[in-house]
Design a protein around this ligand. Structure first.
Ligand SMILES: O=P(O)(O)OC[C@H]1O[C@H](OP(=O)(O)OP(=O)(O)O)[C@H](O)[C@@H]1O
Ligand SMILES: NC(=O)CC[C@H](N)C(=O)O
Ligand SMILES: [Mg+2]
Length: 553
């Protein structure tokens, strides 16, 4: 999962799109911590700043925004699922031909080899990284280019998207910008990854309207956007500057099956995705899990429990309703260090392991001599649960029952989690008792799959059109076709090359945050922000474009 955003201000003389996009990245930061980027457009020119790290690092607390003028733009936060962690794969991506297109992608494609072959052999387009998102952008660009127009209109945009839907297999929710023309959003035919659109009156041009698209409604809400709607499966929305949005069903909806993991872990609880309140779904997960705990432990077993402890932060909401349902005290005995982010999203196991203790510490008195239920939203690799049980034991807990708001993760998540190899999954090929033994818990209890789906379904606010959920990670049945050999290919990639290998176009950098020039040299290099020459490698900060090649003229 990544976070995507696109903004078009109604006042085309405004220069503050990047400032607002930057603000929105703080509401989407939980979706990706590896890289961040913003692209903006002013007078037909495209400006871009991106690199490895969180939004505050890449934009050095907002200092770099002065180099990103314009009334429209894109934002991106990356959690890599394909390619490498190299800064050359930070997004948005840009292609100059045709028209100057930028794109931010949330998702994962499963037929990248076919796309590479097509782009190389037929489209004659150079792809400069291992990123599947750069492939998707080039498929779109090729579709637009082959129409052979000097300037595109909205129909051409929709026509070109036809190629994306017919050629790209997997999950995607994308935002794009065509220099001087407008912004675009579109979502795969099953609606696996989320995307929503909102509007608000312009504050600088009376009567004009600003439009904003993002992965999660919380970003829209907090920036004052209202009338929020979900982009539907197979649907695209194009907003030309100064115009109202045009919604178009590009391909028939194949299903309406958002990824259940959005509700379990990815999304913020104050977001509503496809008409489903994430907060309410997590509450429901707690209620349903309590029922399962009663079945497994029996009334006497439940009676023996002293307290319910959440593993902050995602499980907090479910743990409250679970504790209520069992009639047990909810005890916040694991304290989260507010300066440490999500550990699951870190790029390697050593870092993830180290970060659990850095992030969570026990209040020992709340553990000593007690029978405890410890609740987490999921057990994926088992990194967190193993470490937490160990902490509970060190603190003197008598009995530890570790419970999960979602079922056993037994299969790779192919649409947005960096889990190429099933062997990485704690529950793959293990019984529940074996999982308990592995994490040293007295007992482990998982939510049932149907209960999880019901918890999400029952959290619909009003009329959600969602039919079912993508739950392949729990059962191995995926909503899209998966090309033969895909899993073997993933495994080969994982074992053949280090997951963190450098991109072919990486340059060595001095600091922690390796950064690269992610395309050929800048046409109009911007002055640096006062950094040392070494720091300049940390972020690509370029102004692309020229006087004549733009819809602006
Ligand atoms: O079994 P694992 O591989 O450890 O993965 C599952 C854990 O990772 C996530 O926490 P994370 O620290 O990323 O985020 P949070 O603060 O939102 O809970 C998730 O909430 C679980 O706690
Ligand atoms: N998590 C995501 O949505 C990742 C997008 C894309 N597959 C990448 O790895 O950059
Ligand atoms: Mg967690």
């Amino acid at each position: 999962m990544c976070g995507v955003a696109a903004l078009l201000l109604g006042d085309t003389k405004a220069t503050t799109a990047a400032v607002e996009l930057h603000e929105s990245l703080y509401f989407l930061q939980h979706r990706g911590q590896d890289a961040a980027g913003i692209t903006s457009c002013s007078n037909g020119r495209v400006y871009q700043c991106k690199g490895n790290g969180t939004a505050s690092k890449v934009f050095t607390e907002g200092l770099r925004l002065q180099y990103l003028p314009g009334y429209m733009g894109l934002g991106h936060l990356r959690y890599p699922t394909a390619g490498t962690s190299s800064a050359s794969e930070a997004q948005p991506f840009y292609v100059n031909s045709p028209y100057g297109i930028s794109m931010s992608v949330n998702g994962n494609l499963v037929n990248t080899q076919d796309l590479c072959n097509f782009l190389d052999g037929e489209a004659r387009r150079h792809v400069n990284s291992d990123s599947d998102s750069e492939l998707l952008l080039n498929i779109f660009a090729h579709g637009l280019q082959k129409l052979g127009k000097r300037r595109a209109n909205s129909e051409d945009i929709f026509t070109a998207l036809g190629d994306v839907y017919s050629m790209c297999q997997g999950a995607f929710a994308c935002t794009a910008m065509i220099a001087g023309f407008g912004i675009l959003g579109f979502r795969d035919a099953n609606g696996i990854r989320p995307l929503c659109l909102g509007s608000r009156p312009s504050t600088t041009l009376p009567g004009a309207t600003d439009y904003f698209m993002a992965s999660e409604s919380v970003a829209l809400k907090q920036l004052g956007f209202r009338d929020i709607i979900d982009v539907l499966p197979g649907q695209a929305v194009f907003i030309e500057k100064g115009q109202a949005p045009i919604m178009r069903q590009i391909v028939e909806r194949r299903s309406y099956t958002p990824d259940c993991f959005e509700m379990v872990y990815f999304a913020r609880p104050d977001s509503c995705i496809d008409g489903i309140s994430v907060y309410r779904s997590r509450q429901n997960m707690g209620v349903k899990l309590a029922k399962k705990i009663r079945e497994v432990l029996g009334e006497d077993g439940v009676k023996d429990i002293d307290a319910v402890i959440p593993v902050p932060e995602t499980s907090n909401i479910a743990a409250v309703s679970l504790a209520n349902e069992l009639g047990k005290p909810y005890v916040t005995a694991l304290i989260k260090n507010r300066y440490v982010h999500r550990t699951f999203l870190l790029p390697n196991q050593a870092l993830r392991q180290k970060s659990v203790r850095r992030k969570l510490s026990p209040i020992e008195s709340e553990f000593r001599g007690r029978n405890l239920i410890i609740v987490d939203d999921s057990l994926v690799r088992g990194t967190t649960s193993r470490e937490i049980v160990q902490m509970a034991r060190e603190a003197g807990a008598t009995r530890v029952i570790f419970v999960s708001c979602s079922p056993e993760c037994t299969h790779p998540h192919i649409y947005g989690i960096d889990l190429a190899d099933p062997a990485d999954l704690i529950a793959h090929g293990k019984t529940t008792q074996e999982v308990a033994k592995y994490i040293h818990a007295d007992e482990v209890i998982f939510q049932g799959l149907e209960d999880l789906k019901d918890a999400c379904r029952e959290a619909a606010e009003g009329t959600s059109q969602v039919e079912d959920f993508e739950v392949g990670v729990f059962c191995g049945k995926y909503v899209t076709d998966v090309p033969e050999g895909y899993f073997a290919h993933l495994s080969e990639l994982r074992h053949g090359k280090p997951a963190q290998k450098a991109g072919m176009n990486d340059v060595p950098a001095g600091g922690d945050e390796v950064g690269v020039v992610s395309s050929s040299g800048p046409l109009n290099s911007l002055p640096d922000a006062g950094e040392t020459p070494d720091r300049r490698e940390d972020v690509s900060l370029y102004n692309f474009g020229g006087e004549f090649a733009s819809h602006e003229k």
